[in-house]
Design a protein around this ligand. Structure first.
Ligand SMILES: NC(=O)c1ccc[n+]([C@@H]2O[C@H](COP(=O)([O-])OP(=O)(O)OC[C@H]3O[C@@H](n4cnc5c(N)ncnc54)[C@H](OP(=O)(O)O)[C@@H]3O)[C@@H](O)[C@H]2O)c1
Length: 289
């Protein structure tokens, strides 16, 4: 008889995320082991406990989920997890700290319903946050030209710099935007807008985005009023407004939840998946959402 599925949740925060725990159970995980305050030097023994307990045939029924609010800390845990594997002894692992990978993948996938991402010209507001960085990375990885926007030119440049090795320089540009005029200029010629600003912060007013004549799709990821894109409702799900197709955070959130649960289920299909942003985008794309 197949052994029950076990998901080991590793979280750098003191308390592991209840959101991630509930989603895991809803995705069908039978047993959830939740560890908070995990540091990279503690990972090896936790991973070995997962690797050495079940035989080859059942190893795929144990997997690891890395959450927490700090994406950089999550990336360190992921590196520690994968470096604890050797040979065929490994279990599948997924990184979704701060929901950044599943949220960014959902944003890219809803944009892709309406425009070809490989030829898109995209503006990402709040590009310096963990979600915005992932959105920039996934759009650029899919071939889009991406303008990474921050209130600070230096912080925007740092995002572009951090991704510089992965993509051609010309595809990624950094923009420090301090006022409406600069924002309007930044939107010139763009056909996709993603607002990934902090919760409860409006990043762009309606007059500015509705005047952007090439803009086709506007996506807001902020669910907390005031919303990130003025005039886009939190529940918008491909709603036409001012000639643009609009998505609010809940419209994107439904896609994100589908992706998150599908990714958890994917972990138990084999023992060798490593699901980071790009793999999660492919998985989401395969769902045909
Ligand atoms: N729908 C979902 O399922 C889901 C899941 C996860 C997150 N989210 C949402 O996605 C959004 C992005 O998340 P995050 O964690 O990446 O956000 P974050 O780190 O809190 O903020 C992102 C960026 O917003 C800018 N910002 C912060 N305060 C600002 C202010 N007062 N005025 C203007 N800009 C400000 C900052 O950029 P600069 O300082 O560089 O300008 C910051 O780097 C949030 O709204 C979050 O709630 C949604």
């Amino acid at each position: 008889m197949a052994k029950p599925t076990v998901l080991i949740q590793l979280d750098a925060d003191p308390q592991p995320s209840t959101f991630d725990g509930v989603v895991a159970v809803d995705a069908g995980v039978a047993q959830l082991f939740r560890h908070g305050g995990v540091t990279p030097d503690e990972v090896r023994s936790l991973v070995h406990g997962a690797m050495f307990t079940r035989g080859a045939g059942d190893m795929k029924r144990t997997a690891i989920f890395i959450g927490g609010s700090d994406v950089a800390a999550g990336e360190q845990l992921l590196a520690a997890v994968t470096s604890s594997f050797f040979g065929p002894l490994r279990v599948s692992v997924m990184l979704d700290a701060n929901g950044a990978n599943t949220t960014a993948a959902a944003a890219v996938l809803v944009a892709a319903r309406h425009v070809g991402i490989a030829t898109a010209d995209a503006v990402v507001l709040g590009a310096t946050g963990p979600v915005g960085r992932r959105v920039v990375r996934l759009l650029a990885g899919a071939g889009a030209r991406v303008r990474a926007v921050s209130r600070s030119a230096e912080r925007a440049a740092a995002v572009v710099e951090s991704l510089g090795d992965r993509f051609p320089r010309a595809a990624l540009t950094a923009h420090g935007v301090e006022d409406r005029d600069a924002l309007a200029e930044c939107l010139r010629g763009a056909n996709v807008l993603v607002a990934a600003g902090a919760a409860g912060v409006e990043l762009i007013d309606r007059a500015t985005w509705s005047a952007a004549d090439q803009l086709q799709v506007a996506i807001d990821l902020n669910a907390v009023p005031p919303l990130g894109i003025e005039g886009v409702d939190v529940s918008d799900d491909a709603e036409y407004r001012d000639g643009k197709i609009c998505y609010g955070a809940l419209g994107v959130g439904g896609v994100k939840m589908h992706i998150h649960k599908a990714a958890i289920r994917r972990l138990f299909e084999s023992n060798d998946h490593v699901l980071d942003a790009e793999q999660i985008l492919v998985l989401g794309s395969d769902l045909g959402l």
